[in-house]
Design a protein around this ligand. Structure first.
Ligand code: ADP
Ligand code: MG
Length: 464
């Protein structure tokens, strides 16, 4: 009984520290909007970098031809090809292949990684029945590369730093398009990289292609990020000539957002300290660490470890497993969180198979589910606050009858973690209020990021 009380105390503390009342979320939203202004004002004006993507026009639906996309995100990468039919016909055909990145390549050398990517791409291209359809023209490729990149044009960009599970030091500071182009040449692959974008920009482009009311693209996957369309003349730091279209897609890099209002616990602080990219001064990517798929399972693992070290509710277990970083992944906590069996059989199985905790009582399993709930709800509510911040910045957070705003969202966390998604949507409604909510829609942009890259390649190459 003492053990249970101890464990319950740990969970009660967690619940307290993870609380996200609406008033706190409104502060977070205001600060997000404020940081967006500061980041647009000048280079280095905010931790939220507000990078220019150099994408000044989004696909319209009139593009025509065969285009390729490459999507390198957290763990998988995808190669795809789309056949665009032009006016009204949209995507006539699309096929893709997903390849997982061998883990050793994530911390090897830049050339090894890009050679692997180029060779997979070459395989995909050579077995195509479309070979004759490119009509002798060079193949055009859009490259979705979802890591912070400093761009100077739409088809070049130097890697600022790695995030998620990647750390290939010799790639930092290099132009990733040039790296890819070199690797493709070595493979004898005749292809031109027409655009370098990230998944948030790709999601925005992919969704805008079908719906002109889409104002932002947001990712909740292994990492998290957002992109939206800004008026070029509202970007003080935008040097040189303004784009003809008058628009500029901004890649927010919002994972690095920080606010004193963020409910950060001891578990998050320790995770930050021990992560691959620990804070140089203050925490780096703390917003991302509170709400992306890479970390939610890891936060839960840390809470379970604390409980296990301070009480015996898991029995007399060997802690080797439970002490292993990233042993519990977000899909595990999602599965436990959604367990609807009366005796929480799935929770029992996951604890047993992954951390060798056996013979748990129903009471203990319920406690584990509650931990998942606390961590996932905090994530979803903070995510909603970020969306509210973007809408606020765009002046679309108040009631506007004739103006519809759509936020396109992609990423495995949003797609597969139902309770996360539901909580996010409910919380956004709570923050906007009933009236304003009517003109705002959140929609799942399935595979926007890959298709988006090909679509941007199409819209870029048609004006070259
Ligand atoms: P990436 O961000 O790497 O491009 P995805 O958008 O496909 O990839 O997101 C993958 C992430 O989504 C995983 O790292 C994981 O955190 C999360 N995820 C995948 N499946 C599930 C699931 N069933 N439940 C919860 N989260 C999931
Ligand atoms: Mg992705």
């Amino acid at each position: 009984a003492a053990a249970v009380a101890m464990a319950e105390q740990v969970v009660a503390d967690l619940r307290d520290k993870c609380e996200t009342p609406a008033a706190l979320l409104r502060e977070v939203a205001s600060e997000m909007a404020h940081e967006m202004d500061a980041g647009l004002e000048k280079e280095g004006g905010s931790r939220v970098k507000m990078l220019l993507s150099y994408v000044d026009k989004l696909p319209t639906g009139r593009e025509e031809g065969l285009f390729y996309g490459l999507d390198l995100g957290g763990t998988n990468f995808r190669v795809l090809r789309v056949q665009l039919g032009g006016n009204e016909k949209h995507v006539v055909n699309c096929d893709s292949r997903e390849v997982s990145i061998p883990p050793q390549l994530m911390s090897g050398s830049s050339s090894e990684l890009f050679c692997f990517i180029a060779s997979e791409l070459a395989k995909f291209v050579t077995d195509e029945k479309y070979a004759n359809k490119s009509n002798g023209k060079k193949r055009e490729l859009g490259f979705t590369f979802s890591f912070p990149v400093k761009q100077r044009s739409v088809a070049s960009g130097t890697l600022v730093k790695w995030t998620k599970a990647f750390s290939i030091s010799d790639a930092v500071g290099k132009d990733v398009v040039a790296e890819l182009q070199t690797a493709m040449e070595k493979q004898g692959l005749d292809m031109h990289v027409a655009a370098l974008i990230n998944d948030a920009v790709g999601t925005l482009a992919g969704a805008r292609y079908h719906d002109k009311d889409v104002v932002a693209g947001v990712i909740f996957g292994t990492g998290t990020n957002a992109a939206y369309v800004e008026k070029a003349n509202a970007i003080p730091k935008c040097e040189g000539e303004l784009p003809n279209s008058g628009d500029m897609v901004i890649n927010m890099e919002w994972g690095n957002f920080c606010s004193s209002h963020l409910p950060v616990t001891e578990y998050d602080q320790e995770l930050d300290k021990e992560s691959l990219n620990p804070g140089e001064q203050a925490s780096i990517s703390i917003y991302e660490k509170l709400m992306s798929g890479m970390y939610l399972g890891e936060i839960v693992r840390r809470v379970l470890l604390k409980i296990s070290l301070h009480s015996s509710i898991f029995g007399n277990i060997d802690h080797t497993k439970l002490k292993t970083y990233f042993l519990l992944r977000t899909p595990h906590i999602s599965a436990m969180h959604h367990d609807e069996t009366p005796d929480l059989k799935i929770v029992a199985e996951i604890l047993e198979e992954n951390i060798e905790i056996t013979g748990t009582s129903l009471e203990t399993r319920k406690l584990v589910v509650e931990i998942c709930d606390i961590v996932a709800r905090r994530a979803a509510r903070l995510a909603a606050a970020g969306l509210a911040g973007i809408l606020k910045k765009l002046g679309r957070d108040c009631n506007a009858q004739d103006q519809r705003s759509v936020i396109a969202i992609d990423g495995g966390l949003f797609e597969h973690y139902t309770k996360f998604r539901e909580c996010l949507e409910i919380t956004l409604g709570e923050l906007l209020g009933e009236e304003a909510s009517k003109s705002v829609a959140v929609k799942h942009a399935d595979d926007g990021s890959g298709i988006g890259a090909a679509l941007i390649a199409a819209s870029q190459s048609q004006c070259r």
